[in-house]
Design a protein around this ligand. Structure first.
Ligand code: ADP
Length: 157
């Protein structure tokens, strides 16, 4: 089964990585779809974010990394995935994620959204928090893959 995992991944964290690896075990094929959000200027450009994900997942063969713009349901349809995966870290994620899931359902009834709860070890992680720590020279090696750690150190140097 093929599952779509959409997100901004600016940058990829160990929380994202853990979710992708667990989804691969459960569903077989995971398409990680990196959103090119034209409304926001990301820290890392699209190609860099894709490269970070590909590098961190090079040991897995059933993962595809693509970019997309526009509606997530259209992206899912394009890659022939009937399921969208999202992660839940805390109650604070729930309200927002549920709203998106209902919106997507209203746009395409064929596509289901499923949620995986975060790994307890990574439940505090978010891309923006990691960037904040990196900015002030804090330890981030337990938060992000090695290639992302290098990129963040370079960016904030
Ligand atoms: P978006 O801008 O679409 O929320 P993110 O890159 O922030 O993109 O997150 C993509 C998905 O990964 C979301 O479903 C989010 O809840 C999930 N996620 C983010 N951080 C973690 C984490 N530490 N553990 C598990 N899932 C996470």
């Amino acid at each position: 089964m093929k599952i779509l995992y959409p997100g901004t991944f600016d940058p990829l964290t160990n929380g994202h990585l853990d979710l992708i690896q667990r989804a691969e075990k459960l569903f077989g094929n995971v398409v990680v779809a990196v959103l090119e959000n034209t409304n926001k200027t990301p820290t890392f450009d699209l190609n860099k974010r894709i490269l970070q994900i590909r590098t961190s997942l090079s040991h897995l063969s059933n993962i595809e990394v693509i970019s997309y713009t526009g509606l997530t349901v259209d992206c899912a349809k394009d890659v022939k995935a009937n399921i969208i995966l999202r992660g839940l870290r805390a109650m604070s994620d729930f309200e927002y994620e549920l709203q998106i899931a209902h919106t997507n359902k209203s746009l395409n009834t064929e596509i289901e959204t499923i949620f995986l709860s975060t790994n307890t070890n990574y439940s505090f992680l978010s891309s923006s928090l990691v960037k904040e720590v990196a900015k002030f020279g804090g330890e981030i090696s337990h938060m992000v893959p090695l290639c992302v750690e290098k990129d963040l150190k370079e960016y904030f140097n």
